[in-house]
Every structure is written in structure tokens, then in C-alpha cells.
Design a protein around this ligand. Sequence first.
Ligand SMILES: NC(=O)C1=CN([C@@H]2O[C@H](COP(=O)(O)OP(=O)(O)OC[C@H]3O[C@@H](n4cnc5c(N)ncnc54)[C@H](O)[C@@H]3O)[C@@H](O)[C@H]2O)C=CC1
Ligand SMILES: CCCCCC(=O)CC\C=C/C=C/C=C/[C@@H](O)[C@@H](O)CCCC(=O)O
Length: 257
Amino acid sequence: MNFINQVAFITGAAQGLGKAFTEALLKKGARVCFTDIQGEKGQKVESDFKGKYGQKNVLFLTCDVSSSQNLKNCFQRAVSTFGGVDIMVNNAGIVDEENWKNVININLVGALEGSMLAIEHMRTDKGGKGGKIINIASTAGLTGVFFTPFYSAAKFGLVGFHRSWASNPYIGQLGLQFGCLCPAFTDTAILYPKSKSQYDDDFKKFIGQYGVNKVETVVEAFLMLVESENCNQDIITVTAQDGIQYHYKENLKKSNL
Ligand SMILES: NC(=O)C1=CN([C@@H]2O[C@H](COP(=O)(O)OP(=O)(O)OC[C@H]3O[C@@H](n4cnc5c(N)ncnc54)[C@H](O)[C@@H]3O)[C@@H](O)[C@H]2O)C=CC1
Ligand SMILES: CCCCCC(=O)CC\C=C/C=C/C=C/[C@@H](O)[C@@H](O)CCCC(=O)O
């Protein structure tokens, strides 16, 4: 599938998974507005991507998802630059258990606000063209994680929001699809939080036991959601042990996640 005429908006995308999702969509012909709180880093990536994928297909905006106004302005800028947004990817996230209200504001509130901007823009009963809202949660949103309870709480909240919207019986009439990606540990900077914790050794043991996903595998799972004719209600997990696994509403109930 190619994404010619499709426009994506991605948060937290100057590095890591968001950057890789941005490049994967650009390679397939989409136009992408990618955003991040790290302005300088994002601008360097923008210049690289513009060279590879075309000046008119790429836009970087400095954006802090914990600021409602900043996120709204950036979303509107993407709409006015590209003529609309078809795929919203709420990806920005942090691990910072000491400053846990930031974790809730970025990982949960930021993703909910991003989703609401996309819903209002895309819903066909309000003149939109429909679209996909992909939330990047985590397996920590499906199972408790003792060393990052606040992170896990934020991701559980995001999965709950995804499931609630995805199960809305009127979703087809609104032209919306909700897909959710839940990777386990993946080889990006987030695995190395700046602050130390009493659980660092447990964390290392955990990682040693469960392994770490390659970014490419998570990108493959992401593309399964965005390329699907209808990804609504889909939750995809990616673990080093079991690889990519689809969980539809029914079999998720039966699984132990
Ligand atoms: N790498 C992993 O093991 C896993 C990551 N995830 C999720 O994937 C998403 C992406 O994380 P990674 O690429 O792994 O980590 P990363 O740390 O490389 O990327 C996160 C990005 O979010 C940005 N960001 C942080 N605060 C922000 C804010 N207030 N506004 C906008 N952008 C902000 C950062 O600048 C960074 O570019 C996160 O939501 C994370 O929770 C989920 C499961 C596993
Ligand atoms: C089965 C759970 C999979 C969860 C996968 C993720 O979403 C990855 C989360 C990313 C990083 C976690 C890092 C944890 C580090 C620990 O050492 C922690 O105790 C450190 C907390 C440091 C802090 O408060 O900033």
C-alpha cells in the first residue's frame, strides 16, 4: 500500500520510534508533519528528510504535547499546510517516576488531547473526511510494572481511552478508526532514564529476561495498523519473546495481558 494523498501528524518524533514511524510513512509516499519538544534535533531531522523525501512532503514543528494551546496550534498548522490530517499518531512519551505528574500530562493527557483534536477534525458528521487515530501505548498499559507504576498508569489510561472510542457503536458513521500499538522494551533512548532508581537492578534483570525489541519490528507492527483497511479496535503487542501479535477485542479478553 502507498500513502500518496495521505497526511500524518506525529508527536514526539525527533528521535526513537516517532522518527522511525515518520520515515516509514514518508518512504510510502505520505506527507508528514512530525513534531517534538526538542526543536533543534527535530530541525536537523527535517532537513535530512526533506532532502530524501521532498521539500513539500515534510514539516517539523516544535511542539510540547503537555501544552494544549501549543498542540492545537501545531495541529492547525499541519492542516493549513497540507490541507488536512488523515492519520494522527500520539507517540510522545517519557519515563520519569519522580516527576510523575509530567508522565501523566505527557503520556496520557497529551495523547488524549491529540486524539480529541484529530476526532474533531476527522469526524464525517462534522464535515471531516474520516481518518485513523493511532495511540502508542505499551505492554505496560496492559500489565502492571512494579518499577514504573505512574508510567504504567498513564499507559493503562491510554489503552482505556482507545478501547472506549474503538467500541463506540457509531464509529463507522463517524469515519474514524482507533488502533493501538503496545510495544514492550524497545531499543531507544527511553530505556535509559536520566535519574537513578532503587529498581535499576531489577529493571536490568527484567530486560535480560524478556529481551529488547528492534525498532524495525515495532515499525513493522505500526505499518500493519496504518495499512489495514480497518484497524478499529486493534491492539498490537510487540515483544522480543513472541514478536508481533494482534489482539482483537474478543481474544484480548481471553489472553492474560
Ligand atoms: N522504547 C520502549 O521500550 C517503548 C516505548 N514506548 C512508547 O513509545 C513512545 C516513543 O518512545 P521512544 O521512541 O521509545 O522513546 P524516545 O525517548 O526516544 O522518544 C520520545 C520522544 O518524545 C519526546 N517528548 C518528550 N516529552 C515531550 C513533550 N512534552 N512533548 C512532545 N514531545 C515530547 C522526546 O523529546 C522524544 O523525542 C513513547 O510513548 C513510549 O512510552 C512504548 C513501549 C516501549
Ligand atoms: C512489561 C513492561 C514493558 C514496558 C515497556 C515500556 O514501555 C518501556 C518503558 C521504558 C523504560 C523504563 C525504564 C525503567 C527504568 C527503571 O530503572 C526505573 O526504575 C527507573 C525510573 C527512573 C525515573 O524515575 O526516571
